[in-house]
Design a protein around this ligand. Structure first.
Ligand SMILES: [Zn+2]
Length: 406
């Protein structure tokens, strides 16, 4: 066969050949030349067992730099245990970032692997890129809160666990005391404030979002030099890429009634609502997504659908108690989602195929400045019932009111 990179005739294509001729891995070669990986990987390479005898621990001690990178990975619980190995997995798009870790963590005995598996569910060969070391070397690892170099440590956390959406930085981190301390220190020492959100896609994790755009800027300023040094991280946080809008449709069944409405809708009745949630923003060069549809679905499902589906909308919250119109419903839904989806652009709620409402609410920044639509708030205002006119309800005349019945 002929190598499509160097044009030489070779007996078979291997990582060893590619390493010499172009520096690609087999998986990257397969992607670049749009060839199925199954054709490039021999049977003996699939599910091959790793050889622990090829690992060794350098005798030198980790310096402050290696310790900072390692402690950040320990904080994020980034390693997976596989038999006698500790493994840090990576997506192929971030291969250079993984190799940066390999260089920084050599003192802990790490080696790079591209491993191949075939499963009945995938029906094809899947490659996994990782660096791994022996569990026996774990005693050398620093504690999660050993922060020798704060800027480097923070940059590794942001590069590994961070995403940026509409200029807000999100960190998905394990729920743990060291993580809480880390977040608290960023607030105390660098005035970077955070909102703690539910993690809807990773169990035992917490989603931290920079409270404001200014907090995100302070964070990125703190770690900018190091993020530019960590391959792929600068793409994610600083590269200019195209914008797009994605939309997810979800359905829920609810009952409702419209108070004081001269028509059939005054009566309790049910229907199927179609909700379209549109989120816009920059396409993340590391994922190829504005936002993952699966993640978008799980946020909308847990923030909104689970609260509305098979419920009477009027009894979901005070705002809808009076009028559960699609207009007010959209305002309610917007307020449930905006903390998680700062790129939220538009909601469309269909009550029937012929009747629907389109709503574009305030941005997260406007909401933080108190610019909330107050159309919803009449029945939850503290001053409701406090007007002087309410005295009429308690006055003498009220005794003269008659109860009218048929
Ligand atoms: Zn070649």
């Amino acid at each position: 066969m002929r190598c499509l990179e160097c044009n030489k005739e070779i007996t078979h294509l291997s990582n060893e050949h590619l390493n010499e001729c172009c520096g690609l891995t087999l998986q990257e070669y397969a992607i670049r030349h749009h060839i199925s990986l199954d054709l490039l990987v021999s049977e003996s390479m699939v599910a091959a067992k790793d050889n622990s005898a090829s690992f060794s621990l350098p005798s030198r001690q980790p310096d402050a730099r290696a310790q900072s990178v390692m402690a950040a990975l320990v904080l994020m619980d980034a390693f997976e245990q596989q038999q006698e190995f500790l493994v840090l997995n990576s997506e192929v798009r971030r291969l250079d970032q993984l190799l940066w870790y390999l260089r920084e963590l050599q003192v802990y005995g790490f080696q790079y692997r591209q491993e191949y598996t075939y499963t009945d569910s995938s029906h094809r060969v899947i490659a996994n890129n990782c660096i791994k070391t022996m569990r026996a070397y774990e005693h050398k690892f620093p504690d999660a809160d050993l922060i020798a170099d704060v800027e480097l440590y923070t940059a590794v956390v942001v590069a590994q666990a961070g995403e940026i959406h509409s200029d807000y930085v999100f960190l998905s981190l394990p729920e743990s005391k060291p993580v809480e301390n880390f977040i608290e220190q960023l607030t105390q020492n660098y005035q970077i404030r955070w909102i703690r959100l539910n993690s809807y896609n990773k169990p035992d994790h917490v989603l931290y979002r920079t409270e404001s755009l200014e907090d995100a800027q302070r964070l990125l300023q703190l770690v900018k030099t190091h993020l530019q040094e960590i391959p792929c991280a600068s793409d994610r946080f600083f590269a200019q890429t195209a914008n797009a809008v994605v939309s997810k449709e979800l359905v829920f069944d609810s009952a409702h009634f419209i108070t004081d409405h001269p028509g059939k809708c005054e009566n309790l009745h049910g229907g199927r609502y179609n909700l379209n949630v549109k989120v816009g923003g920059r396409i993340d060069p590391l994922t190829g997504f504005v936002i993952d549809y699966g993640y978008l679905k799980s946020v909308v499902k847990q923030r909104v659908i689970n609260r509305l589906d098979h419920q009477t909308l009027n009894f979901v919250c005070a705002d809808l108690g009076w009028r559960s119109s699609t207009e007010l419903l959209n305002i309610f839904i917007w307020e449930q989602l905006i903390d998680y989806l700062p790129g939220l652009q538009e909601l469309q709620t269909y009550e029937t195929t012929q009747s629907y409402c389109v709503y574009k609410g305030p941005s997260l920044e406007q909401i933080q400045k108190g610019e909330l639509p107050d159309v919803l708030k009449h029945f939850s205002r503290p001053e409701l019932g406090k007007s002087l006119l309410r005295k009429l309800l308690r006055s003498e005349q009220i005794k003269d009111l008659k109860v009218v019945s048929q």
